[in-house]
Structure formats: structure tokens, C-alpha cells
Design a protein around this ligand. Sequence first.
Ligand code: TRP
Length: 325
Amino acid sequence: MDVVVTGMRSTGPLHIGHLVGVIENLKKLQENYKSYFFIADLHVLTTNYENVSDFKKNRIEVMLDWLASGIDPNKATLFIQSKVPAHTYLHLLLSMIVPVSWLERNPTVKEMIRDLELSENASYGLLGYPVLMASDIILYKAKFVPVGKDQLPHLEMTREMVRRFNFLYGDLFVEPQALLTNFPNVPGVDGKKMSKSLDNDIKISDTEEETTKKIMEAITDPQKIRLHDEGHPEICTVFTYHKIFNKDESETIEKDCKSGALGCVACKKNLAKKLNERLKDIREKREALKKDLDTVIDIFETGSKNASEVANATLEEALQKMNIK
Ligand code: TRP
């Protein structure tokens, strides 16, 4: 069976964009591949190294979101990056062979530095973001890596590191391929990219009331002011949500919005109801898991042990190839 590896940074509870964009995809992959899904907690430190007070808590939020939404520890190995020390050891070995010029050219890292206004404060660890990511992937000799488009430069660099290592010390690592999914892009309630930091996200773990409130406040077509005004669903965030979470009714909604028969308030109430229905089971399961955190943590401890066996074996091979062992 082909190996798939992917990681998700633990910056806090996940939102509905993660659910339909990433988690749904992982649920399919776990059926057909030897899957390693991990929480990339160390990658969080590349930018959020100052305030670590929520570090462990955020990890647990992601564990709960994954398990509640159907990522299955019986089908995939679920683990925590920092609990498999081989990742950090291989990161160090790779850091010796990767030219700084490659890292300085990486457009995704450059974008992070720009967006977070880090410039002079960008750390050595952030520059090495793709090096750690390469270790994450190649320790498991993964063939496929499901990622978003923004991650492609990192993956290309992983491939370059593999070629360089194999050329210098002999064949060992496998060049991974990106598995791009054309998942729906879920905008935030303000129409911008959905993100926790912009405070425009709807979380898997939000209550029904919070969800409804956020939807009622969502930006719609600015030209549709009164109920019977003709709307432009193609530019409306709420309509985008209907297309994803209320597919069956979306044609009627589109027609009625355009004609002015449907007002925004009714349209939003309907969406809130549908979205809450869709999330109901996940939220209930999440609440139940939350009451049994020991079991949740245990699942990831066991996964980390299992991942370590594979990762340590590959690390051992790398050390031998480099004549360290
Ligand atoms: N950089 C990825 C992201 O932000 C997370 C990640 C870390 C990852 N290591 C990985 C993804 C290894 C795939 C494989 O989305």
C-alpha cells in the first residue's frame, strides 16, 4: 500500500474550512493508503515561539476535532510531531546539506515573513520550516502528501533535498508527490480567507448559538439592502456556504435571491439551521471525547510510539548512509 503523510499545525480549534477542505479528504485517504496523519506542533513554534501558554491545549483541540469528525486511529496512524524525536534529528542532518540560498528563495516562507511582519525577527527555525517538513515526510518514505497549493514550494524543496541526500550518500529517501485536492474554498464570514487570526471563522467546536450569530452577521451582497431587492448570489458569502453545506437547495436559493423573493435574513436562518444540522453529530462526539481526555491523549501516544518505530528505522538508515553509525 502506498504511504501518505500529512501534518496540520496546531494553532487552535479547527474551523469548517478545515473540515470540508482537509478532514473530509483525510477520511477518504485513510481508507485507501497507509496513512500517517500528525499534529505539527513544532512547526507552530516557527512563528509563535513567544507565547507558548496554549501550546498543549491547542494540540488537544486538534485531536478532538480530528477524532470527532471521523479521522480513525484504527485506519491511520495518528501522532504528534514532537513525540517522534526522529523528526528533529533528521531535520538537523538535512540542515547540513541544504543550501541557505534554497531556503531564502522559498516563496511561502517569504510570504509568512511578510504577512506576520517578522522581517528582522524571522528566526532560524522559520527559515528551516521546509527542512522540518521534509523530515516529516521522508522518514515514512511517503509517496503522496495531501497539501494545499501554498505548500507546493515546500514539497518541491523536499524533493530537492531527497535528490541531494541520495546523490551524496546513496539511495534511501523517496521523492514525494503532492496530492492536490480541489476542495471548495470556504471564505470567512467577512468574505476574506477564513482564519482564526482574522476572527472570521466558524469553528467545528462553536455552539449552535455561536454559529447562528456568526452567520446572521455575515457579509452578503452590499447592494441587497431590503428584502425584495434583487441580489447577486455570485458575490455573496452566504450563498457560497449554501453551495457547500446546503447543496440541494442552492439552485432555488440562487433563483429566489436574484428575483428578490428571498431576503437575507431568511436565507441566513436557513443556512444556520443546515450548518448546525451538519455539525450536530460531530459536536456531540466532540463533547463526549472531551469528557474522556485520557483516552484521546492515549490514542495519540500509541500512534506516536508506532510512528517512532518506522521513523527510527529510517533515521538509522540515514545515519549509516552518512557514516555516522
Ligand atoms: N506546513 C503544513 C501546513 O501549514 C503543515 C505540515 C508540517 C505538513 N509538516 C508537514 C504537511 C508534512 C504535510 C507534510 O499546512
